[in-house]
Design a protein around this ligand. Structure first.
Ligand code: TLP
Length: 343
């Protein structure tokens, strides 16, 4: 039987043999006491990569984002973000549930909003009866918008506006690595425009678990407290932190290959008349398309029956994500499968 072609997400990758060896050999200690040497190594390595004073290893991207928001805000505050932001769409209402926050949503163009769009949303500090605008959040690359890269000049202009209004900036950089390899702008340069940053090790980088949040020493000290309060304090965590360290030390440059795969897939799908797609929108490893005259559910089911797994994006959209565990040959096979189903 042919192996399944799993394009649901770049989270589906499995640890390689070399990564497992690093896990096996990891030195460990009790991380709740801050004594796990491998977690410390990972945190220091990523803090440096992001040009931040300190960093903290956490179980997931959701936890990283939510701890950052919690530390930056007080209940009743408002966070400005794009309408398709992960923190709004896919984090189970946690800004409200965990931190008492409300979100002010901006209608971006393929996930990207301008400073001009958000300036009128910033509430006057004199208006004591309004929520207090506290944070501007940017997701880069933007997942639900199809892996789009936020231009650095735009990020810079937004962060200048935020500074002017004494607002914090938070980066959901789950896939900042993808943006970085594509633009040659370092993760540190991206991060320099933000007070807090969350990055994922378990997506394109191929680690089985984990995210990192980063900021100033004081910020991370407080994040350490919140992580424990929310049940995210882990013990001999070095066995998984080793996988994260391996991922971040070895698997960033190869993300370019995943971007090529996404382009090959998009161009292939564009030749199918019953597929609606914009291959020119594909910037990184995520692509969105719509199969015509068939429901998303039926289409996904038919694909699944022949070994192709696809995800969903916005309503009526299929999401396909390329990653290290899918080959170019499998990408071509995926195009053939879709062509056959829609012929
Ligand atoms: N995204 C997942 C799903 O939740 C959609 C995926 O398959 O892409 N920020 C961004 C931009 C993300 O895409 C994700 C995960 C997260 C945060 C949360 O990471 P995890 O799943 O580790 O909590």
């Amino acid at each position: 039987m042919k192996p399944i072609i799993d394009l649901r997400s770049d989270t589906v990758t499995k640890p390689s043999e070399a990564m497992r060896k690093a896990m096996y050999n990891a030195e460990v200690g009790d991380d709740v006491y801050g004594e796990d040497p491998t977690a410390i190594k990972l945190q220091n390595y990523v803090a440096e990569l992001l040009g931040k004073e300190a960093a903290l290893y956490v179980p997931s991207g959701v936890m990283a984002n939510q701890i950052c928001l919690n530390v930056l805000t007080n209940p009743g505050d408002e966070v400005i973000c794009e309408k398709d932001a992960h923190i709004f769409q896919y984090e189970s209402g946690s800004p409200a549930a965990l931190s008492g926050l409300q979100l002010s949503l901006v209608d971006g163009v393929r996930g990207i909003f301008s400073p001009e769009q958000i300036e009128p949303l910033i509430r006057p500090t004199s208006a004591y009866y309004m929520a207090r605008t506290r944070v501007v959040e940017i997701e880069n690359t933007h997942n639900r918008a199809g892996g789009t890269i936020n231009p650095i000049e735009n990020i810079k202009a937004i962060s200048e506006l935020a500074r002017k209004h004494n607002l914090y900036m938070h980066l959901d950089g789950a896939r900042i690595w993808n943006a970085s390899v594509e633009t040659n702008i370092s993760p540190a340069e991206y991060a320099s425009h933000f007070d807090s940053v969350s990055v994922c090790l378990s997506k394109g980088l191929g680690a089985p678990i984990g995210s990192i949040l980063a900021g100033t020493k004081d910020f991370v000290k407080e994040a350490f407290r919140v992580r424990k309060a929310w049940g995210g304090g882990m013990r001999q965590v070095g066995v998984i932190a080793a996988a994260g360290l391996f991922a971040v030390q070895n698997n960033i440059p190869r993300l370019k290959e995943d971007h090529k795969k996404a382009k090959v897939l998009a161009n292939g799908l564009a030749t199918i008349s019953r597929v609606s797609i914009h291959p020119e929108y594909v910037e990184t490893n995520i692509l969105m398309f719509t199969p015509k005259n068939i429901s998303i559910e039926d289409f996904q089911l038919k694909c699944k029956e022949v070994g192709l797994l696809l995800g969903t994006g916005k309503v009526g959209e299929i999401r396909a994500v390329t990653h290290m565990d899918v080959s170019f040959e499998q990408i071509n096979e995926a195009v053939r499968i879709v062509e056959k189903i829609l012929s």
